[in-house]
Structure formats: structure tokens, C-alpha cells
Design a binder for this molecule. Structure first.
Ligand code: SAM
Length: 263
């Protein structure tokens, strides 16, 4: 086969550290009854382990060069299916809940995670690896400097848990960044309801827009309301007017969105 030259734009850094691949697959706990969806199988470091353990493996890879190689190696394995597609637009054609695994291309980690939160919701557990800084924003909690809009969106739908840090030297080509793996367990129902999803998202993004500013100031800036209106809305939602977004538990943002949406 011809020598493969990775596309940096597709985040093509491949895991070459076998114990880490093993740990990630173990964290997913794939069983004979499970269908596993792998996002971006690449050279198959995880796929190879998955096909022996999960009942079905559906791998979605954008790069046909990698897909061809993987098909040549694993195409005859029972229960293995490779789909050449962009995970950001791919429409799954199966109904059963799946487990998800992926070392995500770093430039599109955020839209891929939103696909899992919003569009492709038929999953129970996901083991994802991303750039460390992105993972921190996913995993942050109130009171930490990593707590972010992404933390709030994820917390609403998932239990979140850090798994491991992966140094750049475990990948080829070697990235300049450290990676972090984490597990998301999707809740059957969201932790709290929201009246208007789009407005809730807009509010949470505005709340964290300038971390140093108080929540009241960010609301004034983001929604063009007066300070008095912002403070009244905060009081009604049970939030201290002088606090910053990073102190506010996820569900309080829903209460605030409910109040502000009616202003
Ligand atoms: N899972 C492999 C591993 O751990 O070695 C590869 C991980 S590599 C960081 C990311 C993989 O995602 C690459 O194989 C890349 O071609 C693929 N990819 C990039 N963008 C994609 C997309 N939009 N949809 C599906 N796969 C994509």
C-alpha cells in the first residue's frame, strides 16, 4: 500500500500507545449485546479492539483513504460496518441505542459534541478524547475556572467523568497538545427542563461571554436590557446580583432564562 500522509485539517493524529487504546475501550465496557459507534476510526487503534468485544461496530470515517485501509483489514469481521461519511452531517439508519467512542478531531470537537447532545441522541455512554482544554470546559463544575457554557449544556444531558490524560507522544504524528479522555453517560431525562432551548443556549453563552464581568453585566451586554431589569431577573431566579456565571449551578440558568424570556 502507498505511504499514508495524514491530513492535519482532519485532525489525523493516530493513537499508537496500546495500553491507552485498551484503557479507552475498557472504559466503554463494550459487550456482545452492544452496538458501538466509533467516530473517526482512523488507522483502527480502537476499532481493532472493539470488533472482538462489541456485538456490532459501526465506524464513521470521513477520509476514504483510511476507510479503504480499515476495510482491507477488518472488512470481513462479523458485525463490523464502515461508513464513509462526515459525522457532522451523517444520518444514522439504526434505531437501537449505542455506545459511542471517538478520539475526536480537535478542530471539530465542539460541533461533534453538539451533534451528540442535540441530533444523534440515541446513545447511552460515550468515551471521548479531545484536546485537554476542551475537555476541561466539558467537565468543569460551578466554582471552577473551567466551568463554561459547554459544561452547562453537557451537565443538562449527561453525567460527566474524567478518565485519563494522554501525552502527545502517544500519537503519530505527535500533536503539540495534551489530550484528555472523558466519559459521558446520557441521562434518560435532562437534569432540568428549559422552556425555550434556543433562548437558554443564548443566555448561557451570554452569561459566560466575559468571565470577569458579573452575570448582571453580561446580561446587560448580551440582551440590551437595563441594569435594573437584569438585577430584577436575577433576583426572581434566586441568583445573587453580584455573582459571576462561574458560581451559578446549571439549573439556575434555566430559571433565569425562564424569567428573562418573559421580559
Ligand atoms: N480513532 C483514531 C485513533 O485514535 O487513532 C483516529 C483519531 S484522529 C484524532 C481523528 C479521525 O477522525 C481521523 O481518522 C479523521 O480522518 C477522522 N475525521 C475527521 N473529521 C471527521 C468527520 N467530520 N467525520 C468523521 N471522521 C472524521
Amino acid at each position: 500500500m502507498r505511504r499514508f500522509s495524514p491530513h492535519k485539517a482532519l485532525g489525523q493524529s493516530f493513537l499508537v500507545h496500546a495500553p491507552t487504546a485498551e484503557a479507552l475501550v475498557n472504559a466503554l465496557e463494550p459487550g456482545g449485546d452492544d452496538t458501538v459507534l466509533e467516530i473517526g476510526p482512523g488507522r483502527g487503534a480502537l476499532t481493532r479492539l472493539l470488533v472482538g468485544r462489541a456485538g456490532r461496530v459501526v465506524a464513521v470515517e470521513l477520509d476514504p483513504r483510511l476507510a479503504d485501509r480499515l476495510l482491507a483489514e477488518l472488512g470481513a469481521e462479523p458485525g463490523f460496518r464502515l461508513i464513509i461519511a462526515d459525522f457532522l452531517t451523517w444520518r444514522p439508519d439504526f434505531e437501537r441505542p449505542v455506545k459511542v467512542i471517538g478520539n475526536l478531531p480537535y478542530s471539530v470537537s465542539s460541533p461533534m459534541l453538539f451533534r451528540l447532545l442535540d441530533d444523534f441522541t440515541g446513545w447511552t455512554t460515550a468515551v471521548l478524547t479531545t484536546q485537554r482544554e476542551f475537555a476541561r470546559r466539558v467537565l468543569g463544575g460551578p466554582g471552577s475556572k473551567d466551568y463554561s457554557a459547554m459544561s452547562v449544556f453537557c451537565e443538562r444531558w449527561c453525567r460527566r467523568e474524567k478518565l485519563l490524560s494522554i501525552p502527545g507522544r502517544y500519537f503519530r504524528p505527535r500533536p503539540d497538545v495534551v489530550s484528555t479522555s472523558f466519559r459521558l453517560v446520557r441521562r434518560e431525562r435532562p437534569l432540568f427542563p428549559v422552556e425555550d432551548e434556543a433562548f437558554f443556549r443564548r443566555l448561557v453563552r451570554a452569561a459566560f461571554a466575559q468571565r470577569r464581568k458579573t452575570l448582571a453585566n453580561n446580561i446587560v451586554a448580551g440582551f440590551g436590557v437595563t441594569r435594573a431589569v437584569a438585577e430584577a431577573a436575577l433576583a426572581q431566579a434566586g441568583i445573587d446580583a453580584g455573582c459571576r456565571a462561574e458560581a451559578v449551578p446549571a439549573e439556575r440558568f434555566s430559571a433565569l432564562a425562564g424569567v428573562l424570556g418573559r421580559v
